[in-house]
Design a protein around this ligand. Structure first.
Ligand code: C6P
Length: 419
């Protein structure tokens, strides 16, 4: 349908032109409610390039088979492609080796895996887990559940009015009792980029391990697990132009090897006997059952796309959009930004005075503009700001200044009615 200048099998450099990039995303070229679609809900999920869509079709048309099991050609092909993605993910996050890359269902699943295995093994009564006020529910609830079952204590880093972590308060709650610090790298609701290297270094100084929720950072920043020195990194493929229902958990080798399995079943074993079972090596120990083969294989194409465009190019373009949108929308009477941290990715959360965020979202939808409204699965954060929710526009590599102009026009009209 569209000129496809991204090579189907290998990454080829795409010159940075937003129009060239948009041509890779069929979904963007449609009319919604009588207007050209303006998709600004990328923090919820990104759209998929044609190469990802085609990889799914090719896999099911030619290669579908179960992996790591069959002796036949299709099984070998599927296994090879599945493991190739693991190697690419390893390179993408600069993990020391690909067996430290575990495929999961998503960030939520990755965090639950750590809570259920590392948590139940190493965190006990009276131990402390530190999270922050700006966490997504999937980095709150698993720890609350763990605390309920073990008697561990959850401690919270407060945040400032600009939406930044209170680092002094963090230092004050850190202690030898802290066993785990689990923090979002980039806030999905505010866009704040947290000082992860400093957090990790401080946590390690008291002997705590650190999980980085990278759901929103891996799509905007170059996340290098060795440079950060994090113990775990969790993220989702669907926020990286890849398929839904697929995520990654990276972990340090010694920790992963010392953790018990998450689930029991096929693939995660070496030998099963009624007298006892021996478990497989990492990463397979944590990948029980038939995994999400097709989506892992298609995720390769999403990573190829990002690498072909260049993460520095993506970041620079998104920062330009963020600055443009923030400046432009700030001129509207009644526009109130929520989250004004000095370091942000391309997330613009806001309110329109005297209007419910949901109503703003519905009106924008009438104009073909897709944004997210509500609490963004971060209810404690909304409580901190004393609000029910926000309107959130989040930009990706394929968004344009023209689209922001359209958003501006609609918001101006909506705000004028009420202010
Ligand atoms: N945030 C949003 O609209 P899953 O659903 O498992 O792929 O990702 C969960 C998750 C964890 N941490 C952060 C920081 C996130 O942003 C998300 C997903 C989406 O903001 C959907 S709620």
């Amino acid at each position: 349908m569209f000129k496809n200048d991204l090579d189907q099998t290998t990454s080829k450099h795409i010159p940075f032109s937003v129009e060239t990039i948009r041509a890779h995303f069929p979904i963007l070229h449609q009319v919604v409610n009588g207007n050209p679609l303006v998709y600004l809900d990328n923090a919820a999920t990104t759209q998929k390039p044609l190469t990802v869509i085609e990889a799914l079709k090719t896999y099911y048309s030619l290669d579908n088979a179960n992996i790591h099991r069959g002796a036949h050609t299709l099984a070998a092909r599927a296994t090879e492609q599945y493991e190739k993605t693991r190697t690419t993910v390893k390179e993408f996050i600069n993990a020391p080796s690909s067996d430290q890359v575990i495929f999961t269902k998503g960030t939520t699943d990755s965090i639950n895996l750590v809570a259920s295995t590392f948590g139940k093994t190493y965190i006990g009564k009276g131990d402390e887990i530190i999270i922050s006020t700006m966490e997504h529910h999937s980095n709150i609830v698993p720890w609350q559940m763990l605390c309920q079952s073990t008697g561990a204590i959850l401690k919270i880093i407060p945040i400032s009015d600009t939406g930044e972590l209170e680092m002094e308060a963090f230092s004050n709650i850190l202690s030898p009792k802290t066993k785990l610090v689990s923090i979002v790298h980039v806030s999905n609701a505010l866009g704040t980029v947290n000082p992860m290297a400093e957090i990790i270094q401080k946590a390690h100084a008291v002997g705590a391990k650190v999980l980085v929720d990278g759901a929103q950072s891996t799509s905007h920043l170059e996340v290098d697990v060795q440079e950060l020195d994090c113990d775990f990194l969790a993220f989702s493929a669907h926020k990286l132009y890849g398929p839904t229902g697929l995520g990654v958990l990276y972990g340090k080798r010694d920790i992963l090897e010392s953790m018990p399995p998450y689930q029991g079943g096929g693939e995660m074993i070496k030998e099963v006997d009624f007298e006892g079972t021996t478990y497989n090596d990492i990463p397979f120990k944590f990948e029980a059952g038939t995994p999400n083969i097709a989506d892992v294989i298609a995720f390769q194409k999403a990573l190829d796309f990002i690498l072909a465009v260049g993460r520095h190019n993506i970041h620079a373009h998104e920062q330009e959009l963020l600055q443009y949108a923030t400046e432009k929308l700030s001129t509207i009477k009644g526009f109130v930004p929520v989250g004004t941290a000095s370091e942000k990715v391309s997330v613009l959360s806001f309110l329109i005075e005297n209007m419910h965020p949901f109503d703003v979202g519905v009106m924008l939808d009438a104009g073909g503009i897709a944004v997210r409204t509500g609490h963004h699965c971060a209810q404690p954060l909304m409580k901190r700001f004393n609000i029910e929710g926000t309107v959130r526009a989040s930009f990706a590599v394929y968004n344009t200044k023209n689209e922001i102009d359209t958003l501006y026009q609609w918001i101006s009209r909506i705000a004028k009615r009420k202010n």
